[in-house]
Design a protein around this ligand. Structure first.
Ligand code: A3P
Length: 317
């Protein structure tokens, strides 16, 4: 197995040496462009490894998203929904574990797991674009849930997440205007953002039974309704008895920003060795906070790009 690993890392080095290099957002490593999307080399290695090794099963549920669009929230809602016959809102592992610890990332946590899946529940998350998903995910017929968000809020969330991380590492923080320019150019982790969204949107129109397409704003507006849709989509709809008992409401409350962000584990923990503080995944959890960070000109520019990119798709953001 060690030899396989060495071979993999050699061929990985061969691949990355040929890829276009982009900006680095103030980090030592430049982003690399692979099949139209920008990645850090660590994530890219995970993607290639998952493409080679991950064997999806028909019962799997893959949570997909571009970074900072509500991944943590979607993970917690899906986990709580799928485990509701084993746990309730006073016993759920979500009360003592960070959502990223109960639903791992395919290209990070599971990248080198070879044939061992080790999924406690058949739910896994990824930031990979649709076109990069391991073939077995699209072939196995497993379910995909995608969440997206207004790019203005996604950008602000991403910029502040990166800045906080850089501060925690005593690095110089990246400049907001420069980050904005990179985001507009599509140069950010898993970007261009719009291409990421569009790939999943198009696929969801082609396979509505396989891909559930969600928007952060709509979920914020009526979380209970969307948790019901989610439960139905992943094959475990709430029974009328559960509805009467208020189970969907309890799940929504347990997974709310207010509740999760105030848990000890999410206030003071770290979910990966040397990784980002859990608190960094819970900033404000509001729709429209971009107004506090972007000038009207910046907002108009992002809106313009969004309009242009999504024109004719039937999707609005
Ligand atoms: P803000 O930075 O705008 O607050 P991701 O999980 O994809 O990394 O996205 C992070 C964004 O989701 C952050 O947005 C974070 O605050 C928000 N978020 C985290 N948990 C949430 C929850 N339970 N409900 C709503 N939003 C949440």
């Amino acid at each position: 197995e060690k030899e396989d690993g060495d071979l993999f890392s050699k061929s990985f080095q061969d691949i990355i040496s040929t890829l276009p290099k982009g900006n680095s957002w103030g980090f030592p490593d430049h982003l690399l462009q692979y099949h139209g999307f920008w990645h850090s080399s660590v994530f890219l290695q995970g993607i290639l490894s998952a493409q080679q090794q991950f064997q999806a099963q028909p019962a799997d549920i893959i949570l997909c998203s571009a970074p900072k669009t509500g991944t943590t929230w979607l993970k917690s809602l899906t986990y709580a929904t799928i485990t509701r016959t084993s746990y309730d809102d006073s016993t759920s592992p979500l009360l003592s574990k960070m959502p990223h610890d109960v639903v791992p990332f395919m290209e990070l946590d599971h990248a080198h797991f070879s044939t061992h899946r080790h999924l406690g529940i058949p739910v896994l998350a990824t930031h990979m674009p649709y076109s990069a998903l391991p073939k077995s995910v699209t072939d196995s017929g497993c379910k995909i849930v995608y969440i997206c968000r207004d790019p203005k809020d996604s950008f602000v969330s991403l910029y502040l997440f990166v800045s906080k991380y850089q501060k925690s590492q005593n690095m110089q923080t990246f400049n907001l205007d420069e980050a904005f320019e990179q985001f507009c150019q599509g140069e950010c982790w898993y970007g261009p953002y719009w291409d990421h969204v569009l790939e999943f949107w198009t696929a969801s129109l082609e396979h509505p039974d396989k891909i559930l397409f969600l928007k952060y704003e709509e979920m914020s507006d009526d979380t209970i309704l969307y948790v019901q849709r989610l439960a139905e989509f992943i094959g475990c709809p709430f029974s009328s008895e559960e509805e009467e008992k208020g189970v969907p409401e309890k799940i929504v409350k347990m997974c709310s920003f207010e509740n999760l962000s105030n848990l000890e584990v999410n206030k003071n923990g770290k979910h990966r060795v040397g990784g980002t503080e859990n608190a960094n995944y819970f900033r404000k959890g509001k729709v429209g906070d971009w107004e506090n960070w972007l000038t009207p000109e910046m907002a108009a520019r992002l809106d313009q790009i969004t309009m242009q990119k999504l024109s004719g798709s039937g999707l609005t953001l």
